[in-house]
Design a protein around this ligand. Structure first.
Ligand code: NAG
Ligand code: NAG
Ligand code: NAG
Ligand code: NAG
Ligand code: NAG
Ligand code: NAG
Length: 391
């Protein structure tokens, strides 16, 4: 019974396997990084995720050398499936890690964060597919990154941004990128290319805004805001133009109107699609509670508006169609300004909210305008009556 209990407890502890390694210590001169004192390991097997290297034996090069002088760890074993941990405790001055031509499929920030002095990392010839957000967050000294001959198809776009010393980036023979660069300006170009071609499929508008917010200082933020407001008011004036056009159409025949309403709706839809494409609609799935509340408010406004139209429709009013139309336009204007007011008021505290709201607003406006099209479509009989009366 007790044994069962203990073995159950063991299951709860994340399995950590501790291993010892046997180093062949040597002085060595590598391309790029130059002379190093290296622990070279040829028989190392790592098949589980949390493998910690607890000690390293081997004969040092001469009597003045010791573990603290080791600056490079190098393995060419063919049986490594995960990054080893614990090397920093044994060799506190590592500047270079090479684990090439083996079977590493994944690499994470926690595999590297213990090495703040790291200048070179070489994992070429592995099976890595994804370079995650903040992978090199704690390796600010990195100068040389070799990840060629892997299977990389996604790279979080900001992972290189803080690496001011980076002057050598090898990414050839991967799925989304196939280039090596050995000078600073080339590296900058390559990073640009990576940002275009290796975007993770789940890199959303939210991520973008988060990244942006992290980088922005106040003056950047203001210019962003100004741009955004300009964009939004452009949109409003476009909407206004469309209403005007639609009002003109009211004067024409019903079939004509029908067509025009349809084409206008199509036009609006297209515009929304373009805008959504621009703004990466994927993020819609990530709205938080705060947004849900705003969304509720907008919904309420929309319902109000719709019920008002409905009331108008049902009322057998004696008001002239023109007056009716003006009244409707007034309501529309009020609703729009209310919506914009709400939009800006709530959006200001958070840029994220800001852009997301824009999408919803367009969507609601679209819904609304489509509705108006229908409402107005049902009215031409009044116009005919009026014209007959006038005649
Ligand atoms: C690793 O070496 C330590 C002593 O340095 C020893 O106590 C331990 O049993 C060894 N572990 C393995 C798995 O060989
Ligand atoms: C060094 O460690 C390895 C792996 O634990 C072991 O097989 C070997 O016998 C050790 N050598 C010495 C000299 O202690
Ligand atoms: C040990 O080797 C290093 C590197 O070659 C050298 O600089 C150092 O002088 C040597 N020390 C002794 C005591 O031979
Ligand atoms: C995005 O995808 C990668 C792997 O494809 C995954 O590791 C990461 O956790 C994902 N991020 C989010 C926010 O879902
Ligand atoms: C903020 O960003 C602007 C434009 O990038 C720059 O000119 C300015 O120096 C920055 N201010 C601070 C305090 O970093
Ligand atoms: C709206 O129409 C006016 C004139 O009819 C034009 O000056 C303005 O540029 C149009 N706005 C948009 C966003 O198309």
């Amino acid at each position: 019974m007790l044994i069962k209990f203990y073995s159950f407890l063991l299951l709860l502890i994340p399995s950590i396997s501790a291993i010892n390694i046997s180093c062949h210590f040597r002085t060595y001169i590598w391309n790029f990084i130059g002379s190093v004192y290296e622990c070279h390991v040829s028989d190392l097997t790592i098949t589980s995720l949390n493998t910690v290297i607890t000690s390293a034996n081997g004969t040092h090069y001469n009597s003045s050398m010791n573990h603290e002088k080791v600056t490079s760890f190098h393995s060419d074993s063919k049986d490594i499936h995960y990054m080893p941990h614990g090397l920093n405790k044994i060799f506190p001055n590592l500047v270079s890690i090479l684990i090439a031509n083996t079977h590493i499929k994944e690499i994470h920030q926690k595999d590297l964060e213990q090495y703040p002095k790291l200048k070179l990392i070489s994992l070429y010839g592995n099976e890595i597919e994804y370079l995650e957000k903040d992978l090199f967050k704690f390796n600010t000294q990195l100068k040389y990154i070799f990840f060629h001959f892997n299977k990389i198809n996604q790279i979080y776009p900001t992972i290189f941004d803080h690496l001011n010393q980076l002057e050598c980036l090898f990414l050839s023979a991967n799925h989304c990128v196939n280039k090596d660069k050995t000078d600073k300006s080339g590296v900058i170009e390559l990073i640009k290319e990576v940002k275009e071609n290796c975007l993770p499929s789940n890199y959303s508008l939210m991520n973008q805004l988060e990244d942006l917010k992290g980088k922005m200082n106040m003056s950047n933020f203001e210019s962003f805001l100004r741009q955004f407001i300009k964009k939004s008011s452009n949109l409003e004036s476009k909407m206004e133009n469309m209403t005007n056009k639609q009002n003109e159409k009211l004067k024409k025949s019903e079939s004509n109107l029908n067509q025009k309403v349809e084409s206008t709706a199509k036009k609006i839809t297209n515009e929304i699609h373009t805008l959504m494409k621009q703004q990466e609609q994927k993020s819609m799935a990530k709205f938080d509670e705060q947004f849900a509340a705003v969304s509720q408010n907008l919904k309420r406004l929309k319902n109000q508006f719709e019920s008002e139209i409905l009331k108008k429709q049902n009322e057998k009013t004696q008001t002239k169609p023109d007056e009716q139309k003006n009244e409707l336009d007034q309501k529309l204007k009020k609703f729009k300004s209310e919506m914009f007011h709400q939009f800006f008021f709530i959006a200001l505290p958070s840029i994220c909210l800001f852009t997301s709201l824009n999408i919803v607003m367009i969507y609601l406006c679209y819904q609304k305008y489509a509705k108006i099209g229908k409402v107005q479509k049902s009215r031409p009989s009044n116009d005919v009556e009026l014209e007959e009366r006038n005649n």
